[in-house]
Design a protein around this ligand. Structure first.
Ligand code: GUN
Length: 315
């Protein structure tokens, strides 16, 4: 039987660490971390997710402020709210729940959030920092996946990892994180040829294709570790809904360890959001956040190497 990786237990431990960090900040006289959550419209699933995020903030001592806007709000109104929150010193993290109504340009809105407050890690500055191994805020689900793998392995060096799914918010960032840890990464997707054969060579399979029960037992080599990021809501015969992962769970019991759905990656995502909010607050207070990541020309010892001018130092 494969070991079950208990995402709820790992998330509880992370929440306790986050709460301890918040308590220590407050005890040191620093401001309490603050998260603004923006919800435009009343998509039922988004309402549930936002409600959970707000509740979990209270549990770890993060101040949360919910901004609800009607579905017909204009893009300009949303951008104005984000501009105000970017300047608000009591707000260290901003999360704009997606999907947004179709008349709003989601990419533009997400890029309007200051990189230092982008606790989703979606802003191109944070994407670029992750890709270059230079810090920044890591998207919550990929961060959660790494923390789950860390409960199985001390070291990922040299492991063959197959990622199924190439999304900007899960597949690609996971590949970058794995490379940083010296794993050998193959990024695949639903159009990849010979996907079962490629998966069968993997030490670790990360299934993030959003394709229910895609990964079959014969795709998995004995002793592999499987992280199932898929969460598809499906109707059962008796009319109820149930969550189904990307892995045919009962077929992969020859694996070393596997995450269940629900109770695997899902609980980690909100816990990583809270951890990211504390990281963002700390970096803003220390002055080490992404907003200060560009070159400070006045601090350069010799500008001439960038500008081509003859400087006093090199003259
Ligand atoms: N909608 C569903 N999941 C997420 C998430 O992690 N972040 C944001 N901003 N919106 C979401």
């Amino acid at each position: 039987m494969a070991d079950i990786i208990d995402g709820r237990a790992v998330a509880r431990k992370l929440d306790a660490e986050t709460k301890a960090q918040v308590d220590a900040m407050v005890a040191a006289g620093l401001p309490r971390p603050g998260l603004a959550v923006i919800l435009v419209g009343n998509d039922p699933a988004s309402e549930v997710y936002v409600g959970r995020k707000i509740k979990k903030c209270a549990e770890v001592g993060i101040t949360s402020v919910e901004h609800r806007m009607p579905a017909d709000s204009s893009q300009a109104e949303l951008l104005a709210l984000i501009a105000t929150l970017n300047e608000d010193p009591a707000i260290h993290g901003i999360l704009c729940q997606v999907p947004l109504p179709t008349h709003i340009d989601t990419g533009l809105v997400l890029r309007a959030i200051a990189p230092s407050k982008d606790v989703d890690g979606f802003h191109p500055v944070n994407v670029g920092r992750l890709s270059t191994g230079t810090g920044g805020i890591i998207p919550c689900t990929p961060l959660g996946v790494m923390k789950l793998l860390d409960t199985v392995y001390d070291d990922l060096t040299g492991l063959d990892v197959v990622v199924i799914g190439k999304s900007n918010i899960v597949g690609k960032p996971i590949a970058m994180l794995m490379l940083e840890r010296e794993a050998t990464v193959t990024v695949t997707h639903i159009e990849t040829k010979d996907l079962p054969d490629i998966c069968r060579k993997a030490d670790v399979i990360i299934a993030a294709a959003g394709a229910p029960r895609l990964v079959k037992g014969y795709w998995v080599k004995p002793g592999a570790v499987i992280i199932d990021v898929g969460i598809t809501r499906m109707k059962t015969e008796d009319g109820k809904t149930k969550l189904v992962g990307d892995v045919a769970f009962e077929e992969v019991q020859h694996a070393r360890a596997v995450t269940p759905v629900p109770g695997g990656v899902g609980p980690m995502t909100i816990s990583c959001l809270l951890a990211n909010t504390v990281q963002a607050a700390r970096e803003q207070l220390e002055g080490t956040s992404s907003d200060g990541f560009s070159i400070d020309w006045d601090e350069l010892p010799d500008r001439s190497m960038f500008t081509g001018e003859t400087s006093e130092a090199s003259a």
